[in-house]
Design a protein around this ligand. Sequence first.
Ligand code: NAD
Ligand code: WQD
Length: 339
Amino acid sequence: MHILVTGGAGYIGSHTCILLIEAGYDVIVFDNFSNASKESIKRVEKIVGEEITLIEGDIRNRDDLHNVFNMYKIDAVIHFAGLKAVGESVEKPLKYYDNNIHGTIVLCEVMAEHHCKSIVFSSSATVYGDPHTTPIKENFPLSATNPYGRSKLFIEEMLRDLYISDNAWKVVLLRYFNPVGAHTSGTIGEDPYGIPNNLMPFIAQTAVGTREYLSVFGDDYDTHDGTGVRDYLHVMDLADGHVKALDKINNFNEVITINLGTGTGYSVLDMVKAFEKASGKQVPYKIAPRRAGDIAKCFADATYAKEILGWEATRSIDEMCQDSWRWQSNNPNGYKKED
Ligand code: NAD
Ligand code: WQD
């Protein structure tokens, strides 16, 4: 079965390609490298011991996509391609709507023209906005607080409308909580451009000495130690969720929406301590003001994923930190050549 993986050279996509190939799927990676390096796929090839078909192209470019669908009989698409920096989306909303929403429209149109109507979409827990309570269930009210989140919400709605218009579509919306960690080889991992926005890469870069200290955004939240609580999820568990979604996609006769999280929340300071334990390094930090738009607590009710996909996260916070540290310490400059 041929699977087109849009954004397959990125952080989550590259890890997912490993498990797809190990599960026997034929993978075609399609990426414009706006936030990824070709090196990630070279390293995935080493891990799996085979060559991967890699096509450089943009999901907004109809010709790029037609070429791929003409070359291969694609059975399903895992759609990771998208921009994901919340702050940048506030500054450049049109860039996000164009890339994420317009890109998904073109992708779906081309898919339909080639009679490929199965899609697994990367949504996000951000679609719950500021949830009224935790753990968060899939049927909680949805809202968005920034253009990035709104692009995810809108794409979810668009894919639901597409199914209503044509029940031949098979759509799985996966709402990820906070993906962290790396493949145990330590050869691939998260490689953000510039100063990381997300907690885990910032902690890892502080431990390795690239950053002087971590700013902890707020210590006066209503949580066990006052710092923000999130559902950190190992990227290999998340990758496994995609393989399980794909395995089952033909059994579904409605749009399926699934939380992918562990169901457990850890605070910023819990993560700092766990990372120090895993790395044997100090992670200096200073308490800073709250970050605009942040919420106190966000963690999943992940029971539906177990029920419908037979999926649950198996890797601990210690494994998340150990694997993240292996990647960061082996590759202090990420995929750049100097390391
Ligand atoms: P990433 O930036 O590492 O990967 C996205 C990939 O898509 C990159 O390789 C990028 O080059 C590619 N891409 C972007 N726009 C493209 C376009 N127009 N055409 C072709 N390729 C394009 O991000 P990631 O962390 O791997 O996230 C993957 C998906 O999961 C994204 O859609 C993201 O919004 C979503 N998501 C991520 C998180 C997270 O915390 N990492 C959480 C929830 C959801
Ligand atoms: C986690 C916690 C911060 C950095 C974001 C997106 C969301 C999703 C995942 C894609 C919070 C604190 C962080 C730092 C800190 N992405 N923090 N110092 O905000 O839960 O979610 O990434 O869909 O849409 O909004 O993740 O890693 O940025 O923050 O104290 O330097 O760490 O305040 O409590 P977040 P995060």
